[in-house]
Design a protein around this ligand. Structure first.
Ligand code: NAD
Length: 424
């Protein structure tokens, strides 16, 4: 919906082309061997499955699903499964590569994978969703597993979907294997701290950026776009850490308070009324213009293509923390760099989620579960180290943070490939 505010900019808004452009730029800067680049550009394994499912009205329907493993050079592939009517193999392929770079930036022992089923969950019953999930799992069984490829929730899939996947896999293997998926319910091998992990990661890297730029949380005004899992949790944790959240933008409006919004009160209001607008302690403002407010931190945490070549020059934030995947197009990167905006790129900023998914996998394999303090402490360590790695790399190679994140990630995966050698 934000596209109303950001005029169409043609191919620029194809996030997969943006990701490819960044990959190409990073490969060029790294002067990577063309053969290695070819390997890294290509998914290692792509599986298409056709899933017959009996619908509630008795009809038999056939759905198409995909699972793509982009890379297993650094460990099992890791990545979500989405259910949506417009899923394509191209999209799943691009998202799988994206996961490879994200896992490598935060130095997890995973490669990247992604899955999807073409279906419309909004018109499907719980029973139909369970049958589609189980049959999809059965069809991709031979290529997933704790040591091979570990799915997780993504668009329109959730902890219940993961419980069905885990159960289906386990029934076939004749033993309960919780580590085959992450994002499970807590009582079925899920990890404490997972629901907050992405927002917590955003808060941690933003705090690092403030330190780097000599700013204090109490003088930091934040504008958050998207008040869901990532945006809501980031706002809550940042407010607790003393940041002033001056504006929250949702799909139907924006609210503003120059002294800082009462985030927990706003969450209650949002939950009760279904909208953030009309909150008593704030002023309703134009949601399109809100993106360009004078602030220290802009946190796009709703969707892709929010900052493009058409509006990047209007952004007045000192720091952009990309909670969402792909909120900035590759054409906008250069404009933000010229404006000296400190960008915390998505593959770093929102990697807290996959990091705690990694912790879930580790805990499942150990059969020993950590308390929340331990999860949060280890998450902090990984996010702080990753921030330092990316920013240090950017300074050393005189590139902006996003290019540094891609170069670092590609370098790590290329190193693994080279060192393992090509099996022939
Ligand atoms: P969510 O559905 O919980 O929240 C998204 C929120 O954004 C919703 O409240 C929605 O109403 C709002 N929104 C939608 N369009 C908007 C618009 N045009 N303007 C303002 N608000 C709008 O989703 P989420 O899990 O918070 O994910 C948000 C983004 O973060 C996505 O890009 C997702 O891929 C990415 N992400 C999520 C996680 C995670 O752990 N949940 C991890 C990494 C990346």
């Amino acid at each position: 919906m934000i596209l109303e505010a950001t005029p169409s900019v043609g191919n620029e808004i194809n996030p997969w082309l943006s990701a490819a452009a960044r990959f190409d730029e990073a490969v060029e800067r790294l002067e990577l061997d063309e053969g290695l680049a070819k390997v890294l550009r290509t998914a290692a394994l792509e599986l298409t499955v056709h899933i017959p499912v009996q619908l509630d009205d008795g009809r038999l329907e056939v759905f198409t699903g995909y699972r793509v493993q982009h890379s297993i050079a650094r460990g099992p592939s890791k990545g979500g499964v989405r259910f949506a009517p417009d899923v394509t193999l191209d999209e799943v392929r691009a998202l799988a590569a994206w996961m490879t770079w994200k896992c490598a930036v935060v130095n997890l022992p995973f490669g990247g994978g992604k899955g999807g089923v073409i279906c419309d969950p909004s018109v499907m019953s719980e029973g139909e969703l369970e049958r589609i999930t189980r049959r999809y799992t059965a069809e991709i069984m031979d290529i997933i597993g704790p040591e091979r490829d570990v799915p997780a929730p993504d668009m329109n899939t959730n902890a219940q979907t993961m419980a069905w996947m885990m159960d289906t896999y386990s029934m076939h293997k004749r033993q309960t294997i919780t580590a085959v998926v992450t994002g499970k319910p807590l009582d079925l091998g899920g990890s404490r701290g997972r629901p907050e992990a992405t927002g917590r990661g955003c808060m941690i890297v933003t705090m690092q950026a403030l330190r780097k730029l000599g700013l204090e949380p109490s003088n930091t005004r934040v504008v958050v776009q998207g008040f869901g899992n990532v945006g809501g949790m980031s706002a809550k944790l940042m407010a607790r850490a003393g940041f002033k959240i001056i504006c929250v933008i949702e799909h139907d409006g924006a609210v503003f308070n120059a002294h800082g919004l009462d985030i927990e009160g706003l969450m209650k209001h949002f939950h009760e009324t279904g909208s953030i607008t009309g909150f008593s302690e704030a002023e309703d403002i134009d949601r399109h213009e809100a993106l360009y407010l004078d602030c220290e931190v802009l946190l796009p945490a709703a969707k892709e293509n929010v900052i493009t070549s058409a509006n990047a020059d209007r952004v007045r934030a000192r720091i952009i923390c990309e909670g969402a995947n792909g909120p900035t197009t590759s054409e906008a990167d250069a404009i933000l760099a010229d404006k000296n905006i400190f960008v915390l790129p998505d593959i770093l900023a929102n990697a807290g989620g996959v990091t705690v998914s990694y912790f879930e996998w580790v805990q499942d394999r150990q059969g020993y579960f950590w308390n929340e303090q331990l999860v949060n402490g280890r998450l902090e360590e990984i996010m702080v180290n990753s921030f330092k790695d990316v920013v240090g790399y950017a300074e050393k190679h005189k590139v902006h943070n996003r290019l540094a994140a891609y170069m670092l990630a590609i370098d790590r995966v290329a190193f693994a490939l080279k060192t393992r050698g090509i099996y022939a």
